[in-house]
Design a protein around this ligand. Structure first.
Ligand SMILES: Cc1ncc(COP(=O)(O)O)c(C=O)c1O
Length: 484
């Protein structure tokens, strides 16, 4: 038996594993170890684990048993850390060992109203009992209501004023897939004789994993195993204003860009970049698409991230998903008439997309996310995070470089691999993810309280101190930003 396993078993034997009180555990463990004849390194290991609120479940745990039973049946597309979550409420998750974690990830910017929000749960239960799905062969009372609500909210909150119609689907990738197809259709319609099918996106963007959205995601790690990509995709440099003229040409049918790149490292587009892009798209007759799948729906403190930018850069299409369902799979492609005038019956479709259940849930969520209660609370919460980031920068000037982002889509750029910090934080009861290169990403539920932010950031500071100052050794799970 390895010493680490022995230490874990001792720790478990000494304490009731369902009690999430590391202070009590630490004190009683220290007392029990005093008279023990175990080697010092084993004692240290036991003491370390007892000092943690949520040490990763060991190979002898119930969690590991469940994981080992299940993994052989799952296509191995994901790398996951050891805990298994089975319950959520507000900003907290509980694992199958009944231990609580504060969640700064919100299922990658999805659970904006928190986990298992009472209102969302009620709407799902009511609609599930009434009508879930009929397919798009028939009308239902909810798809149109959601479509109209998206347009009206876009207008009312300073989003693109030309928005007229919505196409409802099931995910972010599908929302982008629809946008790409629509742009191609516009290109063919307005330029029937000359080729106009090129599509432009930007380095460090993430638009999804389906072949179209993947072709717009110029990350060799994602694209190479599935090459060749869909023909006609070109890539530019984010925020490179000078490069736009040569990048976007008469042959371009569409340009897709995230106003704030999420996966790419929480990189914020400059107004000048978006305004120039808009101008060039108008000049050559290309459809400008804003992918607001991660940064939209109140995450920046505006209903759409682009509402904060000058009207001169407003797009022709906005894509949305993630928070639109708070965990229920749904996406939307919102278009203006420049686009919609070229889309005809039969051009695109989906079986599940726009079904009564998803649309009723999303309508409820939109009415909540667009409320002043949510929108007005974001800047203050963002400032609390920023205050903590500044303190971390001062505490660890060699390791913490800068903070980026807006509202509650924030990135903390480190000089080093964040994996050990993510692990150390998790073992102290905080879930946080990474993105880009060495960036910690903060996309908590928008309903998080300032006290919860303080609590999480104290855990993060403790994790940094333990790893960077005290040299705590933690096992990391690489690639956590690649799990969506
Ligand atoms: C900006 C952006 N676009 C598209 C997607 C793809 O969405 P989905 O995973 O729902 O297909 C994501 C997912 O992370 C995203 O962040």
């Amino acid at each position: 038996m390895s010493l680490r396993l022995c230490a874990r078993q001792m720790t478990r034997a000494l304490h009731a594993p369902r009690v999430n009180c590391s202070v009590t555990r630490y004190a009683s463990t220290a007392a029990a170890l005093k008279g023990s004849s175990l080697p010092q390194d084993v004692k240290d290991s036991i003491a370390r684990e007892a000092s943690l609120a949520t040490p990763d479940p060991p190979s002898s745990s119930k969690t590991a048993g469940l994981v080992n039973q299940q993994l052989p049946y799952m296509v191995p597309t994901y790398v996951r850390p050891p805990p298994m979550f089975e319950k959520g409420e507000g900003c907290y998750l509980w694992d199958v060992e009944n231990r609580q974690y504060l969640d700064f990830t919100a299922g990658i910017a999805v659970n904006s109203l928190g986990h298992c929000d009472e209102g969302v749960v009620q709407v799902i239960a009511q609609q599930a009992a009434q009508l879930m799905h009929t397919s798009n062969l028939y009308h239902n009372p909810h798809t149109g209501v959601l479509s109209k609500q998206l347009i009206q909210l876009t207008h009312a909150t300073g989003g693109f004023a030309s928005a007229t119609r919505s196409f409802i689907c099931n995910s972010g990738s599908e929302a982008n897939e629809a946008a790409i197809k629509f742009a191609r259709k516009v290109g063919k319609s307005i330029s029937p004789d000359k080729p106009k099918h090129e599509f432009v996106s930007f380095h460090n963007s993430f638009h999804g994993r389906t072949m179209g959205s993947l072709s717009a995601t110029p990350n060799p790690k994602y694209q190479k195993p599935f090459s060749p990509m869909v023909p006609g995709f070109k890539y530019g440099t984010f925020n490179d204003v000078e490069g736009i003229k040569d990048l976007v040409t008469e042959e371009t049918c569409g340009v897709i860009v995230e106003p704030i790149q999420g996966e790419g490292g929480v990189n914020v587009a400059t107004p000048e970049f978006l305004v120039t892009l808009r101008k060039r798209c108008t000049e050559v007759g290309a459809v400008l698409i804003y992918d607001e799948i991660q940064c939209g729906l109140a995450r920046t403190g505006k209903f759409w991230a682009h509402s904060a930018y000058p009207k001169e850069c407003h797009p022709d299409i906005v894509t949305s998903a993630k928070a639109l369902g708070n965990g229920f799979p749904i996406g939307a492609t919102i278009v203006n008439d420049f686009v919609c005038d070229h889309i005809k019956v039969g051009d695109h479709g989906t079986t599940f997309g726009g079904n009564p259940l998803g649309c009723r849930v999303a309508s409820h969520i939109l009415s909540r996310l667009s409320s002043p209660e949510i929108l007005d609370s974001i800047p203050k919460k963002s400032a609390v995070f920023q205050k903590h980031f500044e303190s971390l920068r001062q505490q660890f000037p060699q390791k913490v470089k800068e903070a980026r982002g807006q509202g509650l889509i924030l990135g903390l750029q480190l000089e080093v691999d964040p994996t050990p910090i993510i692990t150390a934080a998790r073992e102290r009861g905080l879930l946080v993810i990474s993105c880009g290169t060495n960036t910690l990403r903060f996309v908590p539920p928008l309903v998080i309280s300032e006290a919860e932010i303080d609590k999480g950031m104290a855990i993060l500071a403790d994790a940094m101190k333990s790893v960077w100052v005290e040299g705590e050794e933690v096992k990391g799970t690489k690639g956590q930003q690649e799990m969506q």
